[in-house]
Ligand binder design. Structure first.
Ligand SMILES: Cc1cc2nc3c(=O)[nH]c(=O)nc-3n(C[C@H](O)[C@H](O)[C@H](O)COP(=O)(O)O)c2cc1C
Length: 190
């Protein structure tokens, strides 16, 4: 039986089961989708990309290279990350840092011993943006596989007056570098 057929036949069964368990149809649908995605996806990237979707563009380029789940931490209510081989945490850099909700997600949901990687986009400089995440990783004993960063169009505050900085980024070259990074992560896991 191929995956499409399995999905078509078993989705209602799993959905009914989970609705009975949690008593919430919206949550049950989310969990059912996650169950099936988990069967084919190897990595998950938990992200916040609220300014221009720059970070999401980079993650989508990476996800196109392999089976990767993209989890928006600002809308996802709950998640189980145990089944993935590695977990990415990704964000635009806001005031020199990764968005707090990404850090909170890492603290709450990252299972012990799971390899992680970090992705960020920034208007000017990433600075020490991933430092807080690295600290969480270290405290929980996660191996950090790598970190990818590139510039992303920034129209925040005064930059809006000049039409933004890092215009056009992430561009094709950034995307290509992101794909290469993702392959390196996969190679390190195999
Ligand atoms: C509120 C805010 C604060 C920002 N702070 C910084 C910063 O400290 N350093 C920097 O280089 N870029 C900063 N930026 C620019 C973003 O990091 C950049 O545009 C990034 O690509 C946004 O990613 P996103 O579109 O995925 O949210 C800031 C943008 C916003 C909206």
């Amino acid at each position: 039986m191929d995956f499409d057929q399995l999905y078509k036949e078993q989705f209602p069964v799993v959905y009914r089961y989970l609705t009975g368990l949690c008593g919430n149809q919206a949550l049950a649908e989310e969990l059912t989708q996650e169950t099936f995605c988990r069967a084919i996806e190897h990595s998950a990237s938990c992200y916040c990309s609220r300014h221009h979707g720059n970070t999401l563009k980079v993650l989508e380029a990476m996800a196109g290279e392999g089976q990767a789940a993209l989890i928006d931490v600002t809308t996802r209510r709950t998640v189980r990350l145990e089944g993935y081989d590695c977990i990415g945490f990704a964000s635009g850099i806001y005031y020199g840092k990764f968005q707090e909700s990404v850090l909170a997600f890492a603290r709450q949901y990252l299972p012990r011993g799971k390899p992680v990687f970090f992705v960020c986009t920034y208007g000017g400089a990433k600075g020490a943006g991933a430092k807080a995440l690295s600290k969480i990783a270290e405290e929980k004993g996660y191996p950090v596989l790598g970190e990818f960063g590139c510039r992303g169009c920034d129209t925040f505050g005064p930059f809006k007056l000049v039409g933004g900085i890092a215009k056009g980024h992430p561009d094709a070259q950034d995307m290509e570098k992101a794909r290469r990074f993702f392959h390196q992560i996969q190679d390190r896991l195999s």
